[in-house]
Design a binder for this molecule. Structure first.
Ligand code: CTP
Length: 400
């Protein structure tokens, strides 16, 4: 079982460490979890509900009722595969230990059927107090799992134990406890992503609107399942930081071609998610082009087709996966690309679908295999689409 489709309920309580939980939400989502957030009233004094709802893409509740509606904490408790209280204040730990239910966080905690984690955050002396230590022992005796607080500077100015664990430590612990299958361990994957820029002169270029989001999401999805990823990334404001992802930054279609051919030699799988310029200026002016006449005609020549080149040299055990962004005759065009470029499967997005393609956080895709097997997916976040594509890859590998 993998992280996809695992639901995490994050309960934020009133501590200065609440700001760290914003990073926690982001990292959990990047790791492929669905995240919903509940907060205590005092947590909302530190960080707004809006920040959490924006990052988690879900409504955030801090009251058992809102505007005459009852917020269903039982449903949230059942929805969660794992609940984490982070930061967990001394006050909330005491309530959890003794079963008090005077707010949304406590109602969810008492309704949760899943494993519950807590990441304490408090001042050193509060942490060391026998009542806090006793409450922690009680919580552990109920099977709740503590993510140990860390040593360092505290909001009070004291130095000692009491800082909430860093978000990446929390994510590591959750991911390994949920036993993310490393079913791509030992696989080398190369991914092209983002746009290319074709220089006209030292300051101008021909480009496109790709951001590289889809390719980066794929790099993370496959790296999280154990692959080593070489991400060949065109110019974009986005970047990725993961120990198993090596980013090769490129500019032009030609740079991307050279980096891809080199990486493909050692790759088990290549995913061609980049929006590569099909044409490039025949001549790049050495100096900035000055305006002279009313018209400027630039001669463009075909750039090399990277996917088709890899398709020609592809060995039987290598997988080659393409993308197609189409505006008409989508399926027929995508199928002809499978043939022309020797893809094992192609991920088709249609420009006709709202929320799909460039500059969206979402995508709606149809995966078409070389044997014509076809699966259409709902509109979903690019992170989720990346997981669907990764799942297709794993299934092919499992069969071979
Ligand atoms: N591709 C590539 N190198 C190129 C052009 C495209 O590797 N020079 C890859 C893309 O990354 C994508 C697939 O080929 O995975 C299809 O790209 P697309 O631009 O849709 O196809 P084209 O062959 O360029 O066809 P057309 O422009 O006629 O739709």
């Amino acid at each position: 079982m993998n992280t996809p489709n695992k639901n995490i309920l994050l309960a934020v309580t009133g501590s200065i460490a609440a700001y760290k939980s914003l990073y926690l939400v982001r990292s959990l989502i990047k790791s492929g979890f669905d995240v919903k957030v509940v907060m205590t009233q005092s947590a909302t004094d530190f960080v707004s509900k809006l920040s959490f709802s924006t990052l988690s893409n879900n409504d955030v509740y801090s009251d058992i009722t809102s505007e005459s509606e009852w917020n269903n904490h039982v449903e949230l408790g059942l929805w969660a595969d794992l609940m984490i209280v982070a930061p967990a204040t001394a006050n909330t730990l005491a309530k959890m230990a003794h079963g008090l239910s005077d707010n949304m966080v406590m109602a969810c905690y008492l309704s949760a059927k899943c494993p519950v984690y807590f990441a304490p955050a408090m001042d050193r002396d509060m942490w060391l107090h026998p009542s806090t230590q006793h409450n922690i022992k009680l919580l552990q005796s109920y099977g709740n799992i503590m993510i140990d607080p860390e040593n360092g500077a505290l909001a009070s100015g004291l130095i000692g134990v009491g800082r909430m664990a860093e978000p990446e430590h929390i994510v590591d612990k959750i991911t390994s406890d949920l036993k993310v299958t490393q079913d791509l361990a030992g696989k080398n994957i190369m991914i092209t992503a983002g746009p290319t820029q074709e220089a006209l002169d030292p300051v101008r270029f021909i480009g496109n609107r790709s951001t590289g989001k889809m390719g980066i999401a794929l790099a993370l999805a496959t790296a999280n399942r154990g692959a080593h990823v070489t991400l060949i990334l065109g110019p974009t404001y986005l970047s990725v930081d993961h120990p198993s992802i090596t980013t090769v930054a490129v500019q032009s279609a030609h740079d991307m071609y050279e980096a891809s051919v080199a990486a493909f030699a050692n790759a088990d799988i290549a995913i061609m998610a980049a929006a590569v310029a099909d044409y490039t200026p025949n001549v790049v002016a050495k100096q900035k082009i000055k305006k002279k006449s009313d018209n400027l005609i630039v001669e463009l020549v075909r750039s090399k087709d990277i996917a088709a080149t890899l398709g020609k040299t592809k060995k039987d055990k290598q997988l080659l996966i393409g993308f197609a962004l189409e505006s008409e005759n989508e399926v027929a065009n995508a199928k002809s690309k499978i043939q022309r470029k020797n893809f094992d499967f192609i991920v088709l997005n249609s420009l006709q679908d709202k929320g799909a393609g460039f500059q969206h956080d979402t995508n709606k895709v149809t995966i078409i295999h070389k044997d014509n097997k076809m699966t259409s997916y709902e509109l979903k976040s690019k992170d989720k689409v990346a997981q669907d594509i990764t799942e297709e890859i794993v299934q092919i590998i499992d069969k071979t």
